[in-house]
Ligand binder design. Sequence first.
Ligand code: NAD
Ligand code: WQD
Length: 346
Amino acid sequence: MSILVTGGAGYIGSHTCVELLNAGHQLVVVDNLSNSNAKSLERVQEITRKRIQFYKADLLDRSSIEMIFEQNPIEAVVHLAGLKAVGESVQTPLQYYENNVTGTVILCEVMKKFGVKKLVFSSSATVYGVPKVVPIPEHAPLGATNPYGRTKLMIEEILRDLYSSDSAWSILLLRYFNPIGAHPSGLIGEDPAGTPNNLLPYISQVAIGKLDELNIYGADYPTPDGTGIRDYIHVVDLARGHQKAVDKVLTGHGIDAYNLGTGKGCSVLEMVRIFEKVSGKVIPYRIVERRPGDVALCYADPTKAKKHLGWCAEYGIEQMCRDSWAWNVQNPDGYGRDIHEEHKSQ
Ligand code: NAD
Ligand code: WQD
């Protein structure tokens, strides 16, 4: 039997594939490569020395998704495929609702048709909107502040309705905090298109000399150094959380949400200092206006995942920065220029 990973060529998907393959699962990946490169999957196979069955297809293309279920004995789905840029979602909300929400509805309809009712879904801490308390427990009030966040909230609700209609479903909603870092091999990592929106990819590009300086969005927040505090989690820890979640959906029934975070907050200035230390580079920065929609503090209460999934994050911020830096140094143009191939041919 196989696990289908949607969005498996992406940043979190590729790391999740490594952990699922290492745990002995057979994998089928579907990805339309709208925000990724199939090279990531070649690298996953290089790391694990295991094979992936890859389909370049869009979740909105129902007949292709049905064909994948016809051709493979799928027992569960890890659903990561989606668009994720908050700012872009404000500009093109319909694209986000169609891709993320309709894509998920089509996936679930096909799963139902083929009798596959085990699903792990990539949700986000964004479903907590402006957090009322930190650390944030799973039962905290939900809300969204932008169309991207609303797609995640809507999908969570759709999946709850699906379970209410048929208790044979087994669904886990994984609410990720801020994934950063890369595989310690330096072979796979985050490869954002264009200028990065998120902190770590931006810092990395400043360190490597592609961008001049970091804009720090506000130093007047009610935090110890005035900059925003987030719960950064190593992408390998996050990927291992998926492996535990797959174990759980395969053996149980029900629907439940889990925070995947470390439970520890790190400020923007702390991150800059730690990145400087591990990379040996100076990160010039400028304090600018707050970014609209940002909150001061966001970090997880991760105790539920520890109790019920037997999972907790192991890596600290230094390791996250070290692995991000190694990925960037080894792949200055992401998957665009393959220095590993160059080395092999020398
Ligand atoms: P990513 O863009 O690297 O990966 C998403 C993948 O989905 C890409 O490879 C893309 O090509 C694919 N995809 C998108 N729409 C598709 C479609 N209609 N059909 C087929 N493939 C499609 O992003 P990521 O950071 O790996 O995020 C994975 C998931 O985790 C997303 O659902 C995202 O919303 C969620 N998430 C990410 C973060 C984060 O900070 N990275 C935080 C919380 C939640
Ligand atoms: C982190 C901190 C910024 C960039 C986003 C999404 C969220 C989730 C994870 C998917 C904040 C500051 C950033 C920069 C800065 N994604 N910052 N200069 O906003 O916590 O979360 O990614 O679900 O939905 O909103 O992450 O990395 O953008 O910002 O000062 O150039 O870094 O203000 O305090 P965020 P981020």
